[in-house]
Design a protein around this ligand. Sequence first.
Ligand code: THG
Length: 369
Amino acid sequence: MVQLSISRRLRGTPYTARLEAAGVKAYTVYNHMLLPTVTESVEEDCAHLKQHVQVWDVSCERQIEIRGPDADKLVQLMTPRDLSKAQIDQCFYIPVVDERGGMLNDPVAIKLADDRFWISIADSDVMLWAKGLAYGFRFEVEIDEPDVNILAVQGPKADELMARVFGEQVHTIRFFRGLWLYFEGQSIYVARSGYSKQGGFEIYLEDRALAEPLWDALFAEGADLNVRPGGPNLIERIESGLLSYGNDMTRENTPFECGLGKFCDVETSIGCVGRDALMRYVIDGPMRMIRGLMIEGERVPGCREPWQLTADGGEFAGQITSAVWSPDFQNNVAIGMVERDYWRAGNTLWVDTPDGQRRAVVHDLPFSA
Ligand code: THG
């Protein structure tokens, strides 16, 4: 099998040594950093995540810190989501768009203070865009990528494990809210968030020296909870309808096409650079949209290039960008961009997979039984 050569450019994390000692089986590269994808197998990892608790090295969810008197102005410039009423310690899933309304990233923004934000980015170089905007607009802000290395604690037993390590206060954290908690006498930011729908937290560790002690504490306290290392799981995220920037959407797509219209307040996101370009979507809606699909037949191979969708008459109907066999649905679940004429749930299309043409049925996201 072809291997990926790892060097300094593919940055390791303060957890890499622990992860490799635990036997991580595969990485992907995300924000120029290693992201573990397989512990046992994608299917076993998925089943375990739904039953127990996992500790994920998601250091690759880099923080772009924006601080200074114009911090709020710069963040609002980057997104069509209205952040004017944002409260401190609130997290926001925000589309970040360019001047054409094209998706540049889909990060989680955290308001740490009135003049300080962390933009927890997906896989694209948001810092360069933010610095360019700040320079061009002469904003009074400082922008950098602090050495924050997130551990996500995900799964139905996440609350129990987190309470053992950080105290009962974790139970008071609401979804997409954050709180400073103590570990070994140091204050660490913890939010109820994460790239799965199994529940859990993300620990924003700033002090590298605490990385292995934190990892070790989670595994010691979680032994009887069957804790395992892991990473974002392909099956769980497709079933849950969690999108992957660079796979399911690119700069060619607007947030409305990505089904993220509910995170766009085009009327009130004053200043957002893509606002004019997105205005027409409020009236017309998108011409294509991200949808779930089930692909009939045997398990499909990995989706490395988009697979074209066609209608019965051979008309272009869209493309599938993520697909995997789901043991729970006993079917291939997929995410794709489907043209307006064909996006109704239940509609049947054809998909060209590397294994030949198959039937694909449009579903709502998330998939439900
Ligand atoms: N956590 C943090 N940073 C991240 C991710 C994360 N950066 C990269 C990547 N993931 C960004 N993409 C997403 C996609 C979906 C969600 C979060 C980040 C998500 N969505 C929920 C949903 O769609 O149901 C909730 C959205 C909401 O209600 O606001 O959680 O995972 N730190």
